[in-house]
Write a protein that binds this ligand. Sequence first.
Ligand code: TMP
Length: 238
Amino acid sequence: MERLEKIYEGKAKIIYKTSDPDLVVQYFKDDASAFNGAKKGTIVDKGVMNNHISSRIFQFLANEGIETHFVETLNDREMLVKKLDIIPVEVVLRNVAAGSLTKRLGIEEGTVLRNPVLEFFYKSDPLGDPMINECHIETFGWATKKEMKVLKSEGLKINSLLIEFFKARNIRLVDFKLEFGRHKGGVLLGDEISPDGCRLWHWDTGEKMDKDRFRFNLGSVEEKYQKVYDLIFLPSNG
Ligand code: TMP
């Protein structure tokens, strides 16, 4: 399926029309941004790695019964996906304290959480993606009660599945962000699942292998993304 004109360009991806009104091409760029666009840069071949990593994870989730927008990997940087009406709510799942949770609640980084913690954030660049709750989502009509139920149950299910997926590859799934969208009356998982939107620590060494390396100038950014790719696609793991 060939891509036609651009519909939307975000910080890390571009969406193109196709000849099928129900399908779009998701193109993965090397551009990286953090702190709501205040820090910008390039991670060489990030787009290629994230496209393949996301494709693999979407295939894994589909096999486990999760409905996603993924249709097929087209090439190194492009994925064919179902066109979604994106719900403007980011669903974050946490298994280990890190990032904004440590700052907000004073919990020490690395604290293993007794239960997965599910949080909602409003998808808004001008507002810097503020944290919100179910009452905000319902009041402002960002999702219905029924849709929110799906976001929560699918979010928790995906978390359980991905904890095991990564653990089998010697990676600790610390936290991650999901986006969902409406499609033909249902709600599907969209966007991407990659080191851009997950915190992934090496199980044995604890080394960070995700966008925190870019955010906090930890160095070896490309190498660590490549490490995640290798751990996922090692012959025994792929
Ligand atoms: P946080 O600690 O900054 O709240 O982020 C939690 C996880 O969700 C982390 O893996 C990064 C991811 N995330 C995004 O990728 N984009 C976002 O807009 C948000 C709020 C979180």
